[in-house]
Design a protein around this ligand. Structure first.
Ligand SMILES: Cc1cc2nc3c(=O)[nH]c(=O)nc-3n(C[C@H](O)[C@H](O)[C@H](O)COP(=O)(O)OP(=O)(O)OC[C@H]3O[C@@H](n4cnc5c(N)ncnc54)[C@H](O)[C@@H]3O)c2cc1C
Length: 498
């Protein structure tokens, strides 16, 4: 039986490992941290259970498809609930100087969503219907076909049907233009543009193909696995173990041994050696290339990496509050400052933002198991440029800024009720995940960094080595990372039959 080592236990690593074990490979995952899940780890403190990374469960079909590969259903592992409202967006109300009480709640039901659009901009319900029907087509083709391609070269996209689709998919116009052609109200525009922030680029720089994210958001819905997002990690690890995968934590790979154009083994920082017939690296691509491989075995040089546009990093807080906070929903987007100015501070002229937008999640609104009785579990996130200098003083300044806006919006004293607080930013992303420039979610999905223009899954130099995860195809996010693992497993299987 062929031995495969997988570096990293994030979604892409777990997905690769489970799929390969199902095909009869002998698979071991080596994870540097003491707990599994990578950017989606979870921790407990003072009776609160905090998901450390992803909090939005979108594209439920991708998860169902994954578990179906093993004859299972999502419901065999966790209880998924649909959120209603899906989320609320807090805008600045120009009629209330300094006030931020203009709130839009996004209902789960399509008829109610259309009514909401119509009430904000007459005539927009019909436009939304048209917009979402195009977005559905993009979702079906994009998620059904494109993301499952290894994108080794442009020829994979050369068939006529796909070329025609590329135009229908609006690869060559920006999401921003596409949205602004149909809608005029700035709030509706922001609601429709916000999902691409997950892809780590501005709506101006993201192909209109990504309105497929609006279909995911508004038509397929926002879901939540009771117990937290880590339930997905636990379920995938269970599936992997059921298929025979061994998961070893506290095993940091320090070096990849090679001979005659092939990987032969990996060694860990504590000196353990794991021989391998094939290797999959699901840790950050840049880390693997620059720290684990010798220069002649790398796909790219540092100049290449210096030119990549990274998705933003994040300044995060995990906060336990000893009272409930009325007015908060499960997902709250604070768009009460100018997104254009914040985006400049992320992409054009990277610096700590003067007036950032932020996101607050309160999973305890839905799930009593993540906070002690009568308490609120808060996850706060400010998207910021990667590679910034991250100091305790900077973190403290933004904590105050975010808390002040939260208190103003809810009308509640929150700061004096905080019983637990931990922050997480660039330095932690580097320390915990070896993240290139402290990135949170990989490479931005700009047109020039899409599909075959992304860092390649296959090593050019080592015949039995592949990369997977959010820095390669198809891109950042939980569903793409799961798919990335499936694609690599299929490629490795093909190779083993040659
Ligand atoms: C704050 C935040 C919020 C997010 N929100 C969402 C969301 O709401 N919805 C969504 O869909 N996506 C979201 N994402 C994105 C999503 O979480 C990621 O795209 C996905 O988890 C990446 O999975 P991965 O397997 O590619 O990488 P990772 O999860 O980073 O896994 C890589 C693993 O490799 C390990 N590793 C690194 N170096 C070594 C080494 N030398 N030896 C052994 N192991 C090593 C790391 O410890 C890690 O466990 C968010 C991400 C962040 C950070």
């Amino acid at each position: 039986m062929k031995k495969v080592i997988v570096i990293g236990s994030g979604f892409s690593g777990l997905s690769t490992a489970a799929c390969l074990a199902r095909e009869g490979f002998h698979v071991t995952i080596l994870e540097k941290n003491e707990t599994i899940g990578g950017r989606a780890r979870q921790f407990e403190a003072e009776g609160f259970v905090f998901d450390m990374g992803p909090s939005w469960y979108w594209m439920p079909d991708v998860f169902e498809q994954f578990f179906a590969l093993f004859g299972k259903k999502v419901s065999d592992y966790y209880n998924l609930v649909r959120l209603d409202p899906s989320y609320q967006v807090i805008f600045k109300n120009p009629d209330q100087p300094g006030g931020i009480k203009d709130v839009v709640e996004l209902p789960a039901k399509m008829s109610e969503l259309e009514q909401l659009f119509e009430s904000i901009e007459p005539g927009s319900a019909a436009k939304l219907r048209k917009f979402l029907s195009e977005a559905e087509y993009k979702y079906r083709v994009g998620m059904g076909e494109f993301v499952h391609k290894p994108s080794n070269n442009i020829m994979e996209f050369a068939d006529l049907r796909i070329l025609i689709s590329l135009f229908r998919l609006q690869m060559f116009t920006s999401l921003s233009k596409h949205v602004r052609k149909l809608f005029k109200d700035e709030r509706l525009i922001q609601i429709l543009e916000f999902p691409v922030l997950f892809l780590g680029a501005t709506p101006q720089n993201t192909p209109a193909l990504s309105s497929l994210m609006n279909y995911a958001d508004m038509s397929l819905g926002t879901w939540y696995p009771m117990g937290g997002m880590h339930k997905i990690v636990e379920a995938m690890a269970d599936v992997a173990r059921e298929q025979g995968v061994t998961i070893k934590t506290g095993q940091e790979v320090a070096h990849i041994e090679t001979s005659n154009g092939k990987v032969t083994a990996v060694t860990t920082t504590d000196g353990a050696r794991y021989p391998a017939d094939a290797l999959v690296g699901s840790a950050d691509y840049h880390h693997i290339e620059t720290r684990l491989l010798s220069p002649e075995n790398r796909n790219y040089d540092q100049k290449y990496w210096d030119k990549r546009v990274m998705a933003p990093s994040s300044l995060l807080w995990y906060v336990g509050v000893n009272k409930r906070i009325p007015g908060l929903k499960h997902h709250n987007l604070f768009f009460d400052e100018d997104f254009g100015v914040h985006a400049e501070d992320i992409y054009t002229n990277p610096k700590w933002p003067a007036k950032p937008l932020f996101y607050a999640s309160a999973p305890s609104v839905t799930d009593s198991s993540v906070a002690p009785e009568g308490c609120e579990n808060l996850f706060l996130l400010i998207p910021v440029a990667p590679g910034l200098e991250d100091t305790p003083e900077v973190r403290a300044k933004y904590y105050d800024m975010v808390m002040e806006r939260l208190e103003r919006f809810t009308g509640e004293d929150i700061r004096s009720h905080v019983v637990y607080e931990r922050s997480f930013a660039h330095a932690d992303f580097v320390k915990d995940y070896h993240a290139f420039r402290g990135n949170a979610y990989g490479l931005a999905n700009t047109l020039l960094q899409t599909a075959f223009l992304k860092p390649k899954m296959k090593s050019n130099k080592l015949s039995n080595f592949w990369y997977t995860g959010q820095l390669t195809v198809p891109g950042p996010g939980v569903p793409p990372s799961i798919i990335s693992g499936q694609v690599v497993a299929a490629e490795l299987k093909k190779w083993s039959k040659q």
